[in-house]
Design a protein around this ligand. Structure first.
Ligand SMILES: [Ca+2]
Length: 533
């Protein structure tokens, strides 16, 4: 709740509150949730400032003809609350000649954005989830406009759209996509550097090296306590065909794309029908049978996996780095003061292939609504948000107020930054992240962060280990059928690993069952997308 920032007139708040109450009833959830949701809305209303924002007062007092822009977005749920008179909002208003009202829904809940749109409470600019049925409806129903006419006047927005050229529908761009982990990733296989040192081994370069390291972590007493009490590797349990605990094995064995594969006739097939699948499963089963994998792997969530690593029960795990580097190391050192972590490229297979991070397909989309009275100004605002000028304002602040420069060095004024919704320790303004950027996608770490070089190095390595998709979007058929076919995959994967079915036979039956339980329709839809290119 504390992140629910609402800057708008009271009337709009009531409309949104009404829309929220409608959702709870419309979803057919438990009867007692409707009053609870109404109560929540009332609470939100109470939090909404009754007065106009300071910027609006300025606008009417000074220039008078500011163009009002109301932006409804999921924003950044972890950000600071934007207060009245925020100097960054005022600066945006002054630079663009607008009067910006930002409405950020609570807890990044996209459903609340969708409900406001469905109820006809149109902002000027809206940010929803990319590629969902709700945002598709905005396009189909003419609730949002094509941006093409505004591209030439807004070169940063134009460049952004052209970098997502596949998102155009018959040449028209209906929104600014922001796909999470599209060109950046943060996960690598993290290892105990001190265990490698104890064993006289180096961070593994190849799948064969990896096997040798995991065996040594299991059988050669890497922690030197004289007891057989460690395993080589753990991870999160398998959750879907898109996320196995061993994706790095499939890519190491030559799987080319993150989502699908191509057969000899250039047709899209499921990735587990690729020739890389069987040798990969044999490698994984080899690890499993030799006892170097945590036997509880199939029960793990992320906290459980990390706890085993921090407690020195396992020596390697796939894990997110970037902003987590310090957290991993500090957690590890609580019990093992001399420990340190190692990380590197995903291990290479026989032909040099490697990878472990799958390119994202989901994210946000920011649109201009058909109700917007001045779409040219709204486009100018979006252009600013994706420009270097806008990035600098939202990340650093205003020079002389939020920071000063000493040569090339940025010196933050934390006291002034705290007044204007900047997060502490050099972190950015509340509007910096969530709609067009996350720090990872920008490889952004405050210039004052002492660990900056190391943190950015992990992003370079993880991004280098990222694998692109064959198809950029999820088809409607895929969204509809995903859970059933995923269950088929998970069942066969576990059965093959545990030896309940042989790998060749399992792969064969997996294909048959996957295809007959919805996979054929999925393939038909994705082949249509692939061959339309
Ligand atoms: Ca031991």
């Amino acid at each position: 709740m504390k992140n629910f920032v609402i800057r708008k007139k009271r009337m709009t708040g009531l409309l949104l509150a009404a829309a929220v109450a409608v959702t709870a009833m419309g979803c057919g959830t438990k009867a007692d949730e409707a009053p609870a949701s109404s109560g929540e809305s009332t609470g939100q209303e109470a939090q909404a400032p009754a007065a106009e924002s300071g910027s609006q007062e300025n606008a009417s007092g000074a220039s008078g003809e500011r163009v009002p822009i109301r932006w409804l977005t999921t924003g950044d749920a972890a950000a600071e609350v934007i207060k009245d008179g925020d100097r960054i909002i005022e600066e945006i208003n002054n630079r663009l000649g607008i009067d910006l009202t930002v409405e950020i829904v609570p807890e990044g809940n996209t459903e609340k954005v969708n409900v406001a749109m469905a109820s006809g409470d149109f902002p000027d600019v809206v940010t929803g989830d990319y590629g969902t049925s709700a945002t598709q409806q905005w396009i189909d129903d003419g609730m949002v406009i094509a941006l093409n006419d505004y591209m030439d006047a807004n070169p940063d927005m134009k460049a952004w759209l052209e970098s997502y050229d596949w998102s155009a529908i018959n040449g028209s761009y209906f929104g600014i996509p922001f796909i999470t982990q599209y060109n950046a990733a943060n996960a690598l296989i993290i290892m105990r550097q001190d265990w490698l040192d104890n064993l006289g081994m180096a961070y593994p370069e190849t799948l064969d090296d990896m096997k040798a390291v995991l065996e040594a972590f299991t059988f050669d007493d890497p922690d030197g306590n004289g007891q057989n009490d460690t395993y080589g590797y753990s991870a999160e349990k398998i959750s879907s065909a898109n996320s196995t605990p061993f994706d790095w094995v499939f890519f190491g064995n030559g799987l080319k794309y993150a989502d699908y594969a191509l057969d000899a006739n250039d047709n899209v097939i499921p990735w587990f029908e690729d020739p890389s699948f069987i040798p990969s499963m044999e490698y994984i089963k080899g690890l499993w049978d030799s006892g170097v994998i945590d036997p509880e792997l199939m029960l793990n969530d992320t906290p459980k996996k990390e706890e085993k690593f921090y407690q020195g029960k396992i020596g390697a795990m796939p894990g997110a780095l970037f902003r987590h580097v310090t957290r991993h190391e500090n957690s590890l050192r609580e019990l093992n003061p001399d420990a340190s972590i190692a990380y590197g490229h995903a291990p290479k297979g026989p032909d040099g292939s490697y990878g472990m991070n799958k390119q994202g397909k989901g994210g946000k989309m920011t649109c201009i609504t058909a109700a917007c009275k001045n779409p040219a100004k709204a486009a100018e605002f979006i252009n600013f948000m994706v420009s270097e000028e806008g990035n600098n304002l939202l990340r650093l602040g205003i020079e002389g107020i939020h920071y000063t420069k000493s040569g090339d060095e940025i010196v933050f004024n934390e006291e002034e930054r705290a007044k204007d919704a900047f997060s502490p320790d050099g972190w950015a303004h509340a509007l910096a992240w969530g709609s067009f950027y996350w720090p990872l996608e920008s490889n952004y770490i405050p210039p004052t962060d002492p660990n900056r070089d190391r943190v950015q190095e992990t992003v370079e390595l993880a991004t280098d280990s990222q694998v692109k998709n064959l198809i950029n979007t999820r088809t409607a058929t895929e969204i509809e059928k995903a859970s059933v076919v995923d269950d088929v995959f998970v069942q066969y994967f576990n059965d093959m690993l545990q030896g309940k079915i042989g790998i060749e036979e399992g792969a064969q039956k997996l294909s048959e069952d996957w295809r007959s339980q919805g996979g054929e329709e999925i393939l038909e839809a994705v082949n249509a997308v692939y061959h339309a290119k």
